[in-house]
Design a protein around this ligand. Structure first.
Ligand SMILES: [Zn+2]
Ligand SMILES: [Zn+2]
Length: 357
């Protein structure tokens, strides 16, 4: 019987690879090719992680981003030689702040593979230096870069409520696209005639202008201006998307074709109305509404409560001056229910109830 032993350390072993025991083989022949200092980058503003030269926004917290940045830096840099079919598992062990701008993140690599007839398995700890920096998008934001102006206008000066609602709408839509490039508001201006948002991305500005159209109706006009030429000789354009609210707004009371109606909904090109006499709803093309007479504005509606219901006649008490009003209506209302009423040109109207909206 032949005794088998490792030519390097002399240990007797039946499992030899090129005359070396598995431990010596790993030590001498298996190379984990990793730079001595593995570096990764994370944006301190938006938690973006630099991967293969591109900023990727997925992490919701800085901790998550640091962990992710280390993982991808190891994946990008690691080469294993000396074993065939290597499989590497990476486990995150923890991260520590090492300076105001740096984290040290630690990982354990579990390496498996085969050499000759033998299975080889070992583990190693590695550290990654994760540097906090600013991604391209955040650098642009910091320098007040913008590609487009989104103007919000109306036929009459915007009311406070409209300002709040529309700017909330724009901000929510920008925030929802946090993972996209240049999805930021560089600045904004409140003006007498409306609001101007300076947006990092023209694509985003166009998208939001269209979303405004879908939600509130109205019009968008686009204009461009040549502002220069970039290094590659391409023209740099600046876009203006002027969004204008429709003349009518949701909740307005109008007279159209001899009917008094409440505007229930405005969407691209069409308006849904509720006939306040018959309580029937119907739609008209937005163009047709240009001749409608505006009797009352949505913001003039007041809350009221149903205080009595007798055979198709309801009594309501309004909350502003505590006046009572009577309406003849077949609506299935109940005492205690809250409704909205609007006084316009000497008449009081019972506006759409939740069932009719
Ligand atoms: Zn050995
Ligand atoms: Zn960023």
């Amino acid at each position: 019987m032949t005794r088998r032993f490792c030519v390097r350390c002399g240990k007797r072993s039946e499992r030899l690879i090129n005359s070396l025991c598995v431990e010596c083989y790993v030590e001498r022949e298996v190379v984990l090719d990793l730079p001595s200092k593995i570096k990764a980058k994370v944006c301190r503003e938006c938690n973006a992680v630099l991967k293969h030269g591109k900023w990727e926004r997925r992490a919701r917290s800085l901790e998550e981003a640091v962990e992710e940045a280390g993982f991808s830096a190891i994946e990008e840099n690691l080469r294993v030689t000396g074993i065939s079919q290597p499989e590497v598992g990476i486990a995150f062990l923890g991260a520590q702040r090492s300076s105001p701008k740096d984290f040290f993140a630690r990982y354990r690599l579990e390496v498996k593979g085969s050499a000759g007839e033998e299975e080889v398995e070992f583990s190693r700890e590695v550290k990654v230096n994760v540097r906090l920096t600013l991604c391209e998008s955040c650098q642009r934001k910091a320098s007040r870069y913008y590609e487009a102006v989104l103007q919000i206008r109306a036929h009459a000066p915007l009311t406070e409520k409209e300002r709040r609602e529309l700017s909330g709408f724009v901000r929510r839509e920008v925030d929802a696209r946090w993972s996209e490039d240049k999805a930021f508001i560089s600045s904004y201006e409140e003006k007498k005639e409306g609001i101007d948002f300076y947006l990092g991305s023209a694509k985003l500005a166009k998208k939001i202008a269209n979303l405004l159209l879908e939600s509130y109706g109205g019009t968008v006009t686009t204009s461009t201006k040549l502002v220069g030429v970039d290094e590659s000789g391409k023209s740099v354009l600046r876009y203006t998307f002027a969004y204008r609210l429709p003349r009518l707004r949701r909740g307005d009371v109008v007279r159209i074709e001899e009917k008094v109606c409440e505007v229930l909904k405005l969407s691209r090109g069409s308006v849904s109305l509720l006939d306040l006499a018959t309580r029937k709803s119907f739609s008209l093309p937005e163009k047709r509404l240009s001749e409608a007479e505006i009797l009352g504005r949505a913001e003039d509606a007041v809350k009221a409560m149903v205080t009595e219901v007798v055979k198709g006649r309801v009594q309501v008490l309004e909350f502003k001056d505590y006046k009572t009003f009577y309406f003849d209506t077949p609506l299935p209302l109940e005492v205690g229910q809250e409704v909205r009423i609007l006084e316009a040109k000497g008449k009081v109207y019972l506006l759409a109830t939740p069932l009719e909206e």
